[in-house]
Design a protein around this ligand. Structure first.
Ligand code: TYM
Length: 331
């Protein structure tokens, strides 16, 4: 059987990159798969999170999933730390994964920066926890943005080594689902950096809780070049910021870049940005409104997450029992 698992960290504002790279895809997959969507709070605390802020961000992440269209009646929407088996399986994977494998993870190098000695140990072994998230449910498909590809390769390596070491055919081969358009949304200030929750400049990203005026202002201030919109995407070569804005338009409108270029060929960025603003506001305003509405009732969000955790726990328990038996732990 096919099962989908994915998650996002409640480590700041959810943004357009999360929406286009992940959430939008999660929603579509609900029609064809059994889906689990997780707010991965244990991943978030690999870097310092102010405790009261974290609580708020966990609820806001759940609200963002639902506002984007994740339906807790169809999918299992839950919070990672409310299912302790994630941590348990992660420990076992810490003993399966090799130092050499983790040393190759580019996201750790980026996030730890120059002062690696000061990074938390959790940040280093973070990909093992991610593998545990997925394999705890024997999920087969994982919809993510492009930046998570390397972590999914590691997940496959861990599954394979576990199966091999313990002579068990326990874990499936995990397939990433990465869409063409929107898989890599870049910063509005620098087309060579991905849009991210941790960028100090709020102008680098469009947050899912930005109002229409803020969205308009951020798009107006987005970096571009002085050339016109080309007739075809070939004319975007070497123009990172222009490429990004055209890509965002294409993803939001569900169009090919070729069609976007054809529609705006010869226009300047001022008029393109006006059209992009209208489109972004039209697509995002309903999501923002729904998030705000949901956040007015935190008890309801907590109830959804509690219910989700119960359902997730029920799926995880028999798989965890198989794992314990395979390793030789007492039942
Ligand atoms: P996170 O929280 O950084 O991002 C959540 C999802 O959003 C995608 N994404 C983007 N897509 C396109 N352009 C961008 N600029 C952009 N920024 C983020 C991410 O690829 C991701 O799909 N390690 C994961 C969370 C995680 C997870 C998992 C994912 C933990 N366990 C198990 C899948 C399965 C992360 O930090 O995502």
């Amino acid at each position: 059987t096919n099962r989908v698992f994915s998650g996002a960290q409640p480590s700041g504002n959810m943004h357009l990159g999360n929406y286009l790279g992940a959430f939008r895809n999660w929603v579509r997959l609900q029609d064809d798969y059994e889906c689990l969507y997780c707010v991965v709070d244990l991943h978030a605390i690999t870097v310092w999170q102010e405790p009261a802020g974290l609580t708020h961000q966990i609820r806001e992440a759940a609200a963002a999933y639902m506002a984007a269209g994740v339906d807790p009646a169809r999918s299992i929407l839950f919070n990672q730390s409310q299912v302790p088996a994630h941590s348990e399986l992660a420990w076992i994977f810490n003993c399966v994964a090799r130092l050499g494998w983790l040393n190759r993870m580019t996201q750790f190098k980026d996030k730890a920066g120059k002062n690696r000695e000061k990074a938390s140990v959790g940040l280093y072994i973070y990909p093992n926890l991610m593998a545990a998230d997925i394999l705890l449910y024997k999920a087969t498909h994982v919809p993510v943005g492009e930046d998570q590809k390397q972590h999914l390769e590691l997940t496959r390596d861990i599954a394979q080594k576990f199966n091999h070491d313990f002579g068990a055919d326990l874990f499936p081969e995990v397939e990433p689902i990465i869409q063409d358009e929107g898989a890599r949304v870049m910063s509005l200030r620098d087309g060579s950096k991905k849009m991210s929750k941790s960028d100090p400049s709020d102008y680098s990203r469009i947050n899912l809780n930005d109002d229409a005026d803020t969205i308009a202002q951020k798009i107006r201030k987005a970096r571009t070049d002085s050339e016109l919109i080309p007739e075809t995407p070939d004319g975007l070569t070497g123009r990172a910021e222009a490429t990004n804005l055209i890509g965002i338009y294409a993803a939001l409108a569900d169009m090919e870049r070729t069609a976007v270029c054809a529609d705006f060929a010869g226009k300047d960025f001022a008029s393109f940005k006006a059209a992009l603003t209208d489109l972004a506001v039209a697509k995002l305003a309903p999501v923002t409104e729904e998030m705000t509405r949901l956040m007015n009732d935190p008890a309801e969000i907590d109830a959804v997450l509690r219910k989700g955790a119960e359902r997730a726990q029920a799926l995880a328990a028999p798989i965890m029992a198989e794992v314990r038996a395979a390793v030789g732990l007492l039942g």
